[in-house]
Design a protein around this ligand. Structure first.
Ligand code: HEC
Length: 185
C-alpha cells in the first residue's frame, strides 16, 4: 500500500487532538481546567481593593507630579514605581477590568463556604459593571485628566457598592455575620 501524503497525516492528527480536547472538557468538572486559589474575600482584598485605590488616589494627587520612590524598581506603591504616574493609573484600570474575569471563574467559594454565584444574572450584571468601569477608567487615565478621573472614580466605586449591597449584606447577627454573603436572600 502507498503511504498517505504527509498533509493528510497531519490533518488526521489535528482532528484527533481537537476531538480528544473537547471530550476532556466535556468530562471534567467545571473548575478543573482553570484552578482558583483564593476565597472571594481574599481575592477582593488582594486584587480589587489595591487596584481601585490607585484609581481613587488620582483624584487628589496629580499622578504626573508624584515623586518616584528612592528605588523605583522595588517600589511597593505602583504610583511611585518605575511604571508610576499616569501609567500606574492606566495599568491599575486595565487590571481591574481584567480582574472581572476572575470573578466569573467557577469553583471559587466565599468566606462562608458558599460558591461564588457565577450563574446568577445579577452577579453577571455586577461583574460587567466592574469591567465597564475599569475600561472607562483606562480611557480617562489615558487622557491624563483629573476631572475625568473624578467622574470615573464614582463609576468604579458604584460598581463595587452595587454588588456589595446585594451580595455582601450583613447577616442577622450584624456585620461580622457572614451568613448572607454571596446569596440573593
Ligand atoms: C460582583 C460582585 C462584586 C463586585 C463587583 C465587587 N465586590 Fe467586593 N466583595 C463582594 C463580595 C460578595 C464580598 C464578600 C466575599 C466573601 O465573603 O467571601 C466582597 C468583599 C470585598 C472586600 C473584603 C471586605 C472585608 O471585610 O474583608 C473588599 C475590600 C472588597 N470587596 C472591595 C471591592 C472593591 C474595591 C470593588 C470594586 C473595585 C469590589 N469589591 C467589587 C462582591 C463584589
Amino acid at each position: 500500500m502507498r503511504k498517505p501524503p504527509v498533509t493528510i497525516l497531519v490533518s488526521v492528527l489535528i482532528t484527533s487532538i481537537v476531538g480528544l480536547g473537547s471530550q476532556l472538557l466535556a468530562q471534567s468538572p467545571p473548575n478543573a481546567a482553570i484552578p482558583v486559589h483564593a476565597t472571594l474575600n481574599q481575592l477582593m482584598r488582594s486584587v480589587q481593593f489595591p487596584l481601585s485605590n490607585v484609581i481613587f488616589a488620582s483624584q487628589a494627587d496629580e499622578p504626573a507630579s508624584i515623586k518616584r520612590a528612592p528605588l523605583p524598581s522595588a517600589a511597593t506603591d505602583p504610583l511611585r514605581s518605575v511604571f508610576g504616574g499616569w501609567q500606574a493609573v492606566e495599568n491599575s484600570a486595565l487590571a481591574l477590568a481584567e480582574s472581572s474575569t476572575l470573578l466569573m471563574l467557577p469553583g471559587r467559594v466565599c468566606a462562608n463556604g458558599s460558591p461564588v454565584p457565577v450563574q446568577d444574572a445579577d452577579w453577571v450584571r455586577f461583574v460587567q459593571g466592574l469591567r465597564t468601569a475599569g475600561t472607562e477608567a483606562y480611557r480617562a487615565a489615558q487622557s491624563k485628566s483629573q476631572a475625568k478621573m473624578l467622574e470615573v472614580s464614582e463609576q468604579v466605586s458604584n460598581s463595587c457598592s452595587n454588588c456589595h449591597r446585594v451580595y455582601r449584606r450583613a447577616g442577622p447577627e450584624g456585620a461580622d455575620d457572614l451568613t448572607n454573603r454571596c446569596k440573593l436572600n
